[in-house]
Design a protein around this ligand. Sequence first.
Ligand code: COA
Length: 336
Amino acid sequence: MPSPPRKTAKITAVGKYLPEKILTNFDLEKMMDTTDEWIRTRTGIIERHIVADGEATSHMATKAAEEVLRKRQIGADEIDCIIIATMTPDMIFPSTAALVQHQLGASKAWGFDLSAACSGFLFALDTGARMIQSGQYQKLLVVGADTMSSILDYTDRSTSILFGDGAGAVLLEPCEDGREGIIDSILRTDGIGSDSLYMEAGGSLHPASAETVANKQHYLRQDGRSVFKYAVKWMAEVSAELAARNGLKSKDIQLFIPHQANKRIIDASAERLGLSEDQVLSNIDRYANTTAATIPLGMADAIDQKRLKPGDNVLLAAFGAGFTWGAMYIRWGEVL
Ligand code: COA
C-alpha cells in the first residue's frame, strides 16, 4: 500500500517592516574613523535602517505581522501561535511574543521567543513547521526581528558598521499533500563560538551594574575574523549537505536566500553551491545585517521583485552567534 502523503507546513504570506530612518556609510564616516569605500568593499553594505526613539523590536515585529494578516485577509484572532526570533527583545521578560500578541490583538494565540541570533529565524521556522505538522495548529506566525542599534557601540568601527534594524514575518499553514512547503532542514549549534560573538552583561552571569555600563559590557562584541572563517565554512557546508541529500544540483535551485552578514560570506556560500548571481538573493547593500530578520526580509524582497513562482526550489541558509547555523529546503507555493 502506498504510504500516505506527508503533511508539510507551507508559507502562505510574507510581510516586512523597516524603520524610516536610514544611516548611510557616509553618515558613519562622520561618526567614526571609517570610509564608505572600506565598508562597501569589505562587507557589501551601503546603508541600513535604524529605529526611531521609542521604537523597539515588538513594534517592528507587529508591523511585519500586520502586513501578513492584511495580505492573507485574516483577522489576528485566527492566529494560533506566534514565535519571535530575536536577540534584542524589548525586555528580558516578558517575551517579545507576549508584547506582539497584545499589539496585534491575537486573542487566541500563545507564543514564545526563540534565541539563536542570526540563525533565529531558521530555527523558529523549523520549530513552527513541526508544530503545524503535528496537526494541532493551523495558522502560525513566525517573525524575525532585531533592533541591533540598541546593542551597538557606535565608537567601535569594527562592529557598528555591520548591522541594521528590521523585521520580517511569515504565516505558516498546513499543506496536506506535502507537495509544497518546508521539505527538509539541517540545524546546528556549537558553543565553541560563544567567545567570538556575544554581549557580556545584562544576564545572570554579569547582571547590570554601574561597572558593567562603565566597561561597555552591554554592547555586542565580536572577533570578526573568527566569525568570518566559521561562517564561510559551516554555512557553505550545511547548504551543500542539504542540497545533496535532496538531490538538488545547482541548476535545480531557483533561489538561494542566505543570511546577510557580509557579501563575501554570501558569495563564498553561493560559489560552493555552484550558483550564479541571478540564483542568489542579496539585499545586504540596503539593510546590512538585521540578524533574525535577514531571511524573511530576503523572502519579501524576492516576492516584490517577482523572483519566485510556485514549484521553485528555494534554499535558505544562516550562520550566527553561538555558533548556530543551518540550511532549509522549501518548495515554494502561492505566497502572498
Ligand atoms: N573602517 C575602516 N577600517 C576598519 C574598519 C572600518 N569600519 N573596521 C576594521 N578596520 C580595520 C582594522 O582595524 C584593520 O586595520 P589594521 O590592519 O590596521 O589592524 C583592518 O581594517 C582589517 O581588519 P580585519 O578585521 O582583518 O578586516 P576584515 O577584512 O576581516 O573585515 C569584518 C572585518 C568584520 C567585516 C569581517 O571580519 C566580517 O565580516 N566578519 C564576520 C562578521 C559577521 O558576519 N558577523 C555577524 C555574524 S552573523
